[in-house]
Structure formats: structure tokens, C-alpha cells
Design a protein around this ligand. Structure first.
Ligand SMILES: *Cc1c(COP(=O)(O)O)cnc(C)c1O
Length: 424
């Protein structure tokens, strides 16, 4: 009997979901580039999390909070107005996918960020830590952290650049009302990057009794994995709801990418479903010139930022570059390492949408659907409608509606000018 030679046996299809490896790597990306003092804390967190993954009681408690406190599952909603717009945009009458919105704007506090802060708050309690700290830019992650802390009975300190404290005063007041202390940071550009450095510094001295809740799928291992897992509730629900509403997997999924947590949350459960196309949308800002956008996967190079290796926007000296976006939540020079891995493996396609295109889509969503989206989310809507217009009619495209736009109405009104009143 002739044995098949090893080379004639087809190699098993690589499972893209089987990451990170035990060194915290997503392919070449990720890892743990931190000062010595944090290595032990990250190891402790990883060890605990590996246990927690098998702990049904923990996940039951989180599922219960998600139901009764957050309002999950969030609906998968058929966007007939945006679908009509996509059909009108296409030249061919056989084109125009049905558009569905995964309604994270309906989660408590108005965005997906609560999925992560509640999960990490419960982890802090498991470790016996009574204080959490967080960094925040626009204040959305700060509010979600303060909310989780109030719910779980934890003390909460939030680092925020003093420039952001001034610009985002309403969120500062929300955090304070929820019982958190907001600590203004006066170093550097007095924005998110500086607040992150200061939170890291705090944690180096307080790690015995304090847990640091990172706000996206960024930072050193195990944070990108932990945040992805807590946000994956979005994709798991979407899968079940797609089967219920249209009887099969979506043909395409679109999400905006800042640090990448809402996108990772909806993409991850579909990563091994090869027929599902996935598209991440970065902030294209004003134009592709350096400093005018916040699109590291489109224009960056691999480098180290905030403890891990990933695509980063850098200048010619390898220094982190300045960024711009009309939306504060996408205004970050780095991106989670798993997105870099998905980009290089070709599993997810990444594109960018300009400020102007996002503002158009902000109004489309408001006027076609009666849903005012966050400016971050408007980037995904812009690309989602464009892609739907090029897909066959019987297909289904899901846009992750990461958050509501109440926080953005005055900024959007300033940028839109006359168009707010004119209905155009
Ligand atoms: C913070 C935020 C984002 C960007 O963060 P990701 O980690 O990329 O998800 C996107 N949308 C909304 C509504 C946000 O609040």
C-alpha cells in the first residue's frame, strides 16, 4: 500500500483565531515592551485571566450584568433608509446589499466601551484590587470606567490631558458625578498620549492594589487579548442574530478603527468564517499627508507604542507622528496588534474615510434612519454604504454602530455649518 507522501497531504487551514501565542504575539505583532516593574503585574493578570477563562461563574456574572445593567443583547437592526441610499448610489439595478446596524449605541452609556470596563472591573475584583485607573482622551472610556466602578464598588481615578479636560468638560462632570476623580495631565501635548504615560507611571507604583483598565485592544500582552474577548460579545450576538434575521452569515462586516476594540469585537467571532468579508475603516482626516490623518494601518510602519509592536504613524526619525481626525475617538497614532496581524495576513481589508465623507454619512444616518451616530461611527457608515452599493442585491452587510452621537452634536454642527438647517 502506498502511503501519501507528507507533501501531498494538504496543510490544515491556519486558524487565525488561535492568537496570541504564549509570548503574547499575533504573528510578529504584540508582545510586552514594558519596564521591569510591570512585568510581574502583567504576568499576574495573564495567569488570573487564563483561570477566569474557564470560570463559568465569572462569565455568568458578566452575562447577568450585560443583560440587566447594559441592556444586551443590542439589536441587529435593518437599515432600510441607508440600504435605499446604497441602491440609489449604484449604477446597476442588480446591486445594493441590505444594510444592517449592530446597535452598540443602545448599550448603557451610549457605546461599546462599557463591554470592556465591566469585564475588567470584575477582573479587578477577582484580583482583590479595590482601585481602578484609566486614561481617557475624549472622556468616553473615562465615563465607561467610572460607570463600571460605581456599579462594582471600586475607587476610580481617571487621567486626562488638561487640554482634553477643557475641551470635554461635560464628560469630566459625568465622571465626577459617578464618583470618579479626574486627574488633569499637564505634560507634553496635554492630550491622550500624555494621559496614557501618566496612567502607566501611576500603575508602576500602585500595582499591588490597583488595576489599570486600558480602553482599547492596545497596550502590552495580555491587554489586547482581554479587551478583544470582552468586546467579542458584539460579534457573537451578531452571528446569532444574522442567522435569525436572514438565515446565514453576513456577506460583509464594516467597523471603524481607532485603537480597534469595537472592530475586533465584531470581527473576531467571524475570523475563521472565510466567506465573510471584513473591512476596517480608519480616520483619513483632511488628506493623506503626514499629520493630517490618523490611519496607521493605511500609512504607518511597524513600531513600538504603549508596550506592544504594531503599525504606528511615525516621522522620518521613528518618532510617533502627530495625528488629526474630526473624531476624538479615532485620533490615535497606533492600533491594536491583532489588526496589524489581520492586515498582513489579508484577512481584513483596511481603508480610510476623510473627515468630510464622515460628516456626510453622519447626516445620512441621522436623516435616513433617525439615528445620530458618533463621529467615529460615521466613518464606518460612509464606507459601509459605499461598499453595499457595489454588492449584489441579495447580500447582507453589517455595520457596527459603535456609539451614539449626542456627545458630538455641537462639534458636528460647527463643522457642518449651514448644512444642519438646509436639509442637504
Ligand atoms: C472610543 C470609540 C471608538 C474608537 O475606539 P475603538 O477601540 O477603535 O473601538 C469608536 N466609536 C466610538 C463610539 C467610541 O466611543
Amino acid at each position: 500500500m502506498i502511503q501519501p507522501s507528507p507533501s501531498s497531504v494538504p496543510a490544515p487551514t491556519p486558524r487565525l483565531s488561535a492568537v496570541p501565542d504564549d509570548r503574547g504575539r499575533f504573528g510578529q505583532f504584540g508582545g510586552t515592551y514594558v519596564p521591569e516593574t510591570l512585568v510581574a503585574a502583567l504576568r499576574q493578570l495573564e495567569d488570573l485571566y487564563i483561570q477566569v477563562r474557564q470560570d463559568n461563574q465569572f462569565w455568568d456574572r458578566l452575562a447577568d450584568l450585560n443583560r440587566s445593567f447594559v441592556g444586551r443583547p443590542t439589536p441587529l437592526y435593518q437599515a432600510r433608509g441607508l440600504s435605499r441610499r446604497a441602491r440609489a448610489m449604484s449604477k446597476d439595478k442588480d446591486l445594493g446589499a441590505a444594510i444592517w446596524l449592530k446597535r452598540e449605541d443602545l448599550a448603557h452609556t451610549g457605546a461599546h466601551k462599557i463591554n470592556n470596563t465591566l469585564g475588567q472591573g470584575l477582573l479587578a475584583k477577582k484580583m482583590g484590587k479595590k482601585r481602578i485607573i484609566a486614561e481617557t482622551g475624549a472622556g468616553q472610556h473615562g465615563v465607561a470606567s467610572a460607570t463600571a466602578a460605581a456599579q462594582l464598588g471600586l475607587k476610580c481615578d481617571v487621567y486626562m490631558g488638561s487640554e482634553d479636560v477643557r475641551r470635554q468638560n461635560l464628560n469630566v462632570i459625568r465622571m465626577q458625578m459617578l464618583g470618579a476623580r479626574v486627574i488633569p495631565v499637564d505634560s507634553g501635548s496635554r492630550t491622550l498620549k500624555d494621559a496614557t504615560n501618566e496612567a502607566m507611571r501611576d500603575w508602576m507604583g500602585s500595582v499591588e492594589h490597583t488595576h489599570y483598565i486600558i480602553g482599547s485592544v492596545v497596550g502590552p500582552h495580555p491587554f489586547p487579548m482581554i479587551v478583544r474577548d470582552f468586546q467579542s460579545v458584539i460579534g457573537r450576538e451578531t452571528k446569532a442574530q444574522a442567522l435569525r434575521h436572514f438565515g446565514r452569515m453576513p456577506d460583509a462586516i464594516v467597523a471603524c478603527v481607532g485603537g480597534g476594540s469595537n472592530a475586533a469585537g465584531i470581527f473576531y467571532p467571524f475570523v475563521d468564517e472565510a466567506m465573510v468579508a471584513m473591512i476596517g475603516v480608519e480616520a483619513g482626516g483632511r488628506d493623506p499627508q503626514p499629520g493630517q490623518h490618523a490611519a496607521p494601518l493605511s500609512h504607518g510602519k511597524p513600531g513600538i507604542l504603549h508596550g506592544s509592536l504594531s503599525y504606528v504613524l511615525q516621522n522620518e526619525h521613528g518618532q510617533t507622528a502627530d495625528v488629526h481626525s474630526c473624531s476624538a475617538g479615532l485620533d490615535y497614532p497606533g492600533v491594536g496588534p491583532e489588526h496589524s496581524y489581520w492586515k498582513d495576513s489579508g484577512r481584513v481589508r483596511y481603508t480610510a474615510v476623510t473627515d468630510e465623507e464622515a460628516l456626510d454619512a453622519f447626516l445620512w444616518c441621522a436623516r435616513d434612519e433617525g439615528i445620530i451616530p458618533a463621529l467615529e461611527t460615521a466613518h464606518a457608515v460612509a464606507m459601509g454604504v459605499r461598499i453595499a452599493s457595489e454588492m449584489p442585491k441579495e447580500t447582507n452587510l453589517v455595520i457596527n454602530l459603535s456609539g451614539r452621537g449626542d456627545k458630538d452634536v455641537s462639534e458636528a454642527a460647527r463643522l457642518l455649518g449651514d448644512r444642519v438647517e438646509s436639509g442637504s
